[in-house]
Design a protein around this ligand. Structure first.
Ligand code: NAD
Length: 478
């Protein structure tokens, strides 16, 4: 049994209460690790360490920060297999997918190490009267709270810019997937990150997480997770005037027009629907298909899904691993039942699976449903599992109206060969991210985030560097 510890002031420490949580391996349904059940006293210790480390880290030359952050990236690369195995056992995803995600986790450090070197202050001349320059200063101690679906990928997406901008961090990975962040603690020490600059407190959202949000010394909260949690965090943090970046849920439309390259659209749609068991905030769960090609696309999708292997995460051929936790497994199955009650016709999947050797794991067959009205609950609420709904449409206007009909607005994909339509749709869709004829094609310089109930604020590139710094204007009169 693995016993994890908090990483505070550069050392591994048990939680002050001595209490631990059981964490399960989703593919086996067995306890896999014991996770510190931390509380406000652990967050306070992490904060004190971070605050003490801040003056020196803030003043560490940019080149030195660059070297340390790059060394962390190198160590993630050289420990890639260890990380991937840990992540797969913790989260349930296939090992091959976890390995791909580790490349991005390392890239997050490299990217922001470089970004920080180029994040220059602005200056504004007032002709012969004077000049302004704007310092971008680190905030101090910031809080980073991340979810379970892409554990190290999203955790590093937050802490890398926070550290690169000169802040010290008190962080909390998800209690369901803490293992890779735990290993990262070891690596940060090895890479020479000074003690206290990054602190990792494990535990539940409503105790350890809440204590980070409530802490008066923690100046900003970068949060990725569910919309309900995001609303709660906003209500606690807003009266303290904390800076907030909230990356929340989605119910993303994937719109396929009859003039699209259907081969490519179908192939990518399989990925955008079911990668990581459909547990990616960017997954398209409402597949809008123009009527002329509805039957063709439907049949191709069902055929492709019927060939997907669900089961052993260590098998290279596995496409669908286990669902992250028992409660989430029941939630997803509950939505499949709801879809049936709402009149949905299950075209494939629609049930739990017990693959050989993994009979006690939490597996759900990739599921395609049709026949649901666009405004029913199944088509409006985030399921966050391997479940998609096919919805036919006739015109561009109808597709747009259906696409914009949810409270969410994170991402969408549009498949068409008509350039004018692509631009018009992209401008009109209520969504923070629009992909035309692709999905998850990412450039880390671009803004990332959602509108409506999918969140506020943006991550990525200069957006992240701006979030983790405060602008201070200095005006000099001549
Ligand atoms: P969650 O909201 O349950 O938990 C996310 C994190 O917040 C966890 O670390 C949790 O412990 C912590 N938390 C919970 N309650 C808290 C509280 N009161 N105070 C402080 N922290 C608290 O989300 P989840 O189930 O881990 O993740 C799935 C959700 O995340 C989905 O809705 C998904 O769409 C969303 N997500 C969004 C993005 C994005 O970029 N927009 C990316 C990935 C996942």
């Amino acid at each position: 049994m693995i016993q994890l510890q908090n990483y505070i002031n550069g050392s591994f420490e048990p939680p002050k209460s001595g209490a631990y949580l059981e964490n399960f391996e989703p593919a086996k349904g067995e306890v896999f690790s014991m996770v510190p059940n931390s509380g406000p006293e652990d967050v306070e210790a992490a904060y004190q360490a971070a605050w003490a480390a801040f003056p020196a880290w803030k003043n560490t030359p940019a080149e030195e920060k660059f070297k340390i952050l790059n060394r962390i990236a190198e160590l993630i690369d050289s420990n890639r297999n260890r990380f991937a195995e840990a992540e797969s056992r913790d989260q349930g995803k296939p090992v091959w997918l976890a390995k791909n995600e580790m490349v991005r986790a390392a890239q997050n450090f490299r990217f922001f190490a470089t970004a920080a070197m180029q994040f220059a202050s602005e200056s504004h001349s007032m002709e012969d009267r004077g000049i302004n320059y704007t310092l971008r200063q680190p905030l101090g101690v910031v809080g980073c709270i991340s979810p379970w679906n892409l554990p190290l990928y999203l955790y590093t997406w937050k802490i890398a810019p926070a550290l690169a901008a000169g802040n010290c961090v008190v962080s909390k990975p998800s209690e369901f997937t803490p293992y890779s962040a735990y290993i990262l603690g070891e690596i940060c020490t090895e890479a020479g990150l000074p003690a206290g600059v990054l602190n990792i407190v494990h535990g539940l959202g409503n105790s350890a997480g809440q204590a980070i949000v409530e802490h008066p010394g923690i100046k900003a909260i970068s949060f990725t997770g569910g919309t309900v949690t995001g609303k709660h965090i906003a209500s606690v943090a807003a009266p303290m005037f904390k800076k907030l970046s909230l990356e929340l849920g989605g119910k993303n439309p994937n719109i396929i027009f009859a003039d699209a390259d259907l081969e490519k659209a179908v192939k990518t749609t399989i990925n955008s629907s079911f990668l990581n068991q459909g547990e990616i905030c960017l997954c398209g769960s409402r597949i809008l298909i123009q009527k002329q090609v509805y039957e063709t696309v439907k049949n191709k999708l069902v055929d492709a899904v019927n060939q997907m292997k669900t089961g052993n995460p260590a098998d290279e051929k596995t496409r669908i691993g286990a669902i992250v936790s028992k409660p989430h497994y029941h939630k997803v199955l509950g939505y499949i039942d709801l879809a049936k009650e709402e009149g949905g016709n299950i075209l494939t999947g629609g049930k739990a699976l017990d693959p050989e050797g993994f009979e006690n794991g939490w597996f759900i067959a990739p599921t395609i449903i049709e026949g649901l009205p666009y405004d029913c609950r199944t088509n409006q609420e985030e399921i966050f599992g391997p479940v998609v709904s096919l919805i036919p449409f006739e015109t561009e206007e109808e597709a747009l109206q259906m696409a914009n009909s949810t409270n969410y607005g994170l991402a969408c994909s549009i498949w068409t060969s008509d350039l004018n339509r692509a631009h018009k749709m992209a401008a009109a869709i209520e969504s923070g991210i629009v992909w035309i004829n692709c999905w998850l094609l990412r450039d880390l310089r671009t803004p990332f985030g959602g509108v409506k109930q999918s969140g506020v604020g943006r991550e990525g590139g200069w957006e992240a560097m701006r979030f983790f710094t405060d602008p201070k204007n200095v005006c000099i009169a001549f």
